[in-house]
Write a protein that binds this ligand. Structure first.
Ligand SMILES: [Zn+2]
Ligand SMILES: [Zn+2]
Length: 349
C-alpha cells in the first residue's frame, strides 16, 4: 500500500510499504481522509521534534521512519483477536493518543497529560496511508449523521473543544478567540455548542476573517480596532468571561490579557515558537490567569461527535482535499504559505 513516510527534516516520501495486520485488541482501518496538522508541518520543516530519531517510543516501540497522520476517519476492514464491540464495516474516527494507564495523570483520568504520551502518526505508523492499525480503546464509531469527511476533523475539533471547556463559560458568557485558523474555528464551533452567543474572533488576516465570517462568526481586525478599548466599552470595563489564544504570538496574548475579566482565564491552545515579553502585572492586578490546554480525552471526542451529529459543524470554505501523491507540494507547502486553511489527504489518490 502507499503511505507518506517521514524520514527526517524535509524528507517525507510517498512509497510502497507493507499493509499492517491487526494484532490482538487492534483493528485495521481503511483510511478515508487524514487531515494535515500544524504538527506535521513542524516535523517536516523544523523537526524531528516529537518523532524519535533514536530510541523507540516506550508505548509503541517505534521510531523513525514512521508513517505520518494523526487526524483521520475510515472504515474497519479487519479485527484482531479479542476485539469486542466493533465490527468490519464500522465507520470510525481515531483518538490518536497512546497512554500508559499507570502514571499519576492517567490514574486521575487526565491521560492527555500522560508522562509517556505517544501519538499515532508520530510515534506509531499513522493515517497518511491506505490502511492503518489502531488499538480498540482509541476507536470511536461515527454517528450515522456524521460523514467520513467531517469525521476526519474530530481530532482537531476535540483539541478546541477541550480548550473551550477549560474556559469554564456558560451560555450567558462572552468570549474572545485570537486566531481564526482551524483551532480558532474549532473553538468558535465548540463555544457555540456550549451555548455562547457573544463571541468575537480577533484575526488580522482578511482571508481567515472572511472564512470564519461565512460560518457566522463576528470578527475584529486588530490592525484597525483597539480591541481592549472596544471590549472595555462594551462590557462597562468588566471584560470578557474567557479569552482563547489560538494564535501564539505576543500581541495576541497581550491583548487577550487586557480584555479578560477579573479572576477569569486566558486559555492557551497555541504553539509558542518564541518566549513572550508580555508584562504579567496585568494578570496579577486582576487575579487573571493563563491556563494551558493539551489534546483531549474520549469525553471530548464524544461531545464533539454529538455536536457534529446535530449539525453544529460546517466545513464550507475552509476545508479542502489533496491527493496523497501530492501531499508535500499540494499540501504542506500550500498550508505553510497560508494559501489553504485545512487540508484532508485522500490516500486513495
Ligand atoms: Zn494535530
Ligand atoms: Zn500515563
Amino acid at each position: 500500500m502507499r503511505a507518506a513516510v517521514y524520514y527526517g527534516n524535509s524528507d517525507v516520501r510517498i512509497e510502497d510499504v507493507a499493509e499492517p495486520e491487526p494484532g490482538p485488541g487492534r483493528v485495521k482501518v481503511k483510511v478515508h481522509r487524514n487531515g494535515i496538522c500544524g504538527t506535521d508541518l513542524h516535523e517536516y520543516y523544523d523537526g524531528p521534534i516529537f518523532i524519535s530519531a533514536g530510541d523507540p517510543h516506550p508505548l509503541t516501540g517505534q521510531a523513525m521512519p514512521v508513517v505520518l497522520g494523526h487526524e483521520f476517519s475510515g472504515v474497519i476492514t479487519d479485527l484482531g483477536r479479542d476485539v469486542t464491540g466493533l465490527t468490519v464495516g464500522d465507520r470510525v474516527t481515531i483518538e490518536p493518543v497512546y497512554r500508559c494507564g499507570e502514571c499519576r495523570p492517567c490514574r486521575s483520568g487526565h491521560y492527555n497529560l500522560c508522562t509517556s504520551i505517544g501519538f499515532h502518526g508520530l510515534m506509531a505508523d499513522g493515517g497518511m496511508a491506505e490502511y492503518t492499525v489502531v488499538p480498540v480503546n482509541q476507536v470511536h464509531k461515527l454517528p450515522d449523521a456524521v460523514s467520513l469527511d467531517l469525521g476526519a476533523l474530530t481530532e482537531p475539533m476535540a483539541v478546541a473543544y477541550h480548550a473551550a471547556t477549560l474556559g469554564e463559560v456558560g451560555d450567558q458568557d462572552s468570549a474572545l478567540i485570537y486566531g481564526a485558523g482551524p483551532i480558532g474555528i474549532g473553538l468558535w464551533f465548540a463555544l457555540r455548542g456550549l451555548g455562547l452567543t457573544r463571541i468575537d474572533v480577533v484575526e488580522p488576516s482578511p482571508t481567515r476573517r472572511t472564512a470564519i465570517e461565512r460560518l457566522g462568526a463576528s470578527t475584529l481586525d486588530p490592525t484597525v480596532v483597539d480591541v481592549p478599548a472596544l471590549i472595555a466599552d462594551r462590557t462597562d470595563g468588566n471584560g470578557v468571561d474567557a479569552a482563547f489564544d489560538a494564535a501564539g504570538v505576543a500581541p495576541a496574548v497581550e491583548s487577550a490579557l487586557a480584555c479578560v475579566g477579573e479572576r477569569r482565564p486566558l486559555i492557551s491552545v497555541a504553539i509558542y515558537d518564541r518566549p513572550l515579553p508580555t508584562p504579567l502585572l496585568n494578570l496579577v492586578l486582576r487575579e487573571r490567569r493563563i491556563q494551558g490546554t493539551l489534546c483531549y480525552t474520549s469525553e471530548d471526542y464524544r461531545a464533539v461527535l454529538d455536536l457534529m451529529s446535530k449539525g453544529h459543524y460546517d466545513t464550507k470554505g475552509w476545508v479542502d482535499t489533496v491527493p496523497l501523491s501530492d501531499v508535500i507540494d499540494g499540501g504542506f507547502s500550500e498550508l505553510r504559505a497560508g494559501r489553504r486553511m485545512k487540508l484532508l489527504v485522500d490516500p486513495a489518490l
